[in-house]
Design a protein. Structure first.
Length: 309
């Protein structure tokens, strides 16, 4: 608990210092509408990225996965595993406190603290994003940020904690439980990231709206071609609208070909999830993790009671 509190304090100080310094830097290098996606903001965005590259790496690349892994390994795995290793569970079970109450109080108290810590992390990252969101991109389309804001961080931390507890009741060795918890979270996390596309049916838009959709922070899931009769096809006939020499692999050549194909009835559309679905996806992911947490908690209780008998 002290180590986690210290980690949050250090992380909060790092985020606060970088945000205050970035605010000062932007005040000294005033460019209208920056930071942001506009062309004139490239220099400002690049300067901020260079100045705070380590902060970006910690927040976007390491913390989303490492945070839950550390909670599961250092909060959850030792909670019951160390009791079994040292035999202190036998002393506790000979007292007037029932096994259910013994386990419920231990797990329940720390679960509340884990959720509070996850929400504190979410609040800190959210405040930091008020300065950097136009540089690092919207949280909805950034998989790392998505799992650090809203209710996702708390849901992940609670899931990881309960996973560590469940594994430790089965393995009964602290180090082994920590290793298994790390491995399971490392497998589950990318699966959940890729599963976001299935949380809702994607919308469709024409290629002319492509850039606007990206600027709004949408998640692009794919593209679809339709022929003259409106049927979906893999790709238009290659003989139609051949590119001019030297333009086959250029953006200008692709736009000309798309325009030519549209004139002949072949339309290209993109499939996407709009940024307005942020909270819908947050609560969907939190519900999935909550159900998994409940199942893991049931495993931990049933396995402990079985060992008691």
């Amino acid at each position: 608990m002290l180590a986690t509190t210290g980690l949050l304090v250090v992380l909060g100080a790092l985020l606060l210092a970088s945000a205050l310094d970035a605010t000062r830097y932007l005040a000294e290098h005033v460019v209208a509408g920056c930071p942001g996606p506009a062309e004139q903001c490239r220099a400002v965005n690049a300067a901020l990225t260079q100045r705070y590259g380590l902060v970006y790496q910690a927040v976007l690349g390491i913390l989303p996965l490492l945070g839950p892994a550390l909670v599961g390994a250092f909060w959850g795995a030792p909670l019951i595993g160390r009791e079994f290793e040292r035999g202190t569970n036998k002393l506790a079970w000979t007292q007037s406190v029932s096994v259910r109450r013994w386990l419920g109080v231990k797990v329940g108290l720390l679960a509340v603290l884990v959720v509070a810590a996850g929400l504190a992390l979410s609040a800190m990252v959210g405040a930091w994003l008020s300065v950097f969101d136009d540089v690092v991109g919207p949280a909805f389309s950034n998989a790392g940020l998505f799992n650090l804001v809203g209710v996702a961080a708390a849901a992940w931390w609670l899931f990881a904690f309960t996973l560590g507890v469940a594994v430790s009741t089965i393995v009964r060795r602290t180090l082994a439980a920590m290793a298994v918890t790390f491995a399971v979270i490392a497998l589950v996390f990318p699966v959940m990231v890729f599963a976001r596309d299935a949380y809702a049916e994607p919308l469709r838009a024409s290629y002319t709206e492509y850039q606007a959709i990206l600027d709004q922070g949408a998640i692009l899931t794919g593209n679809v071609w339709t022929d003259t009769s409106g049927r979906e096809i893999a790709d238009p006939p290659s003989a139609l609208c051949p590119p001019a020499p030297g333009e086959a692999d250029t953006e200008a050549g692709q736009r000309k070909r798309d325009s030519c194909l549209a004139g002949q009835g072949y339309l290209a559309t993109v499939e996407y999830h709009p940024a307005s679905r942020f909270w819908r996806f947050q609560w969907t992911q939190a519900a999935i993790l909550a159900v998994s947490t409940a199942l893991l908690g049931a495993v931990a209780f049933s396995w402990t009671l079985r060992r008691r008998q």
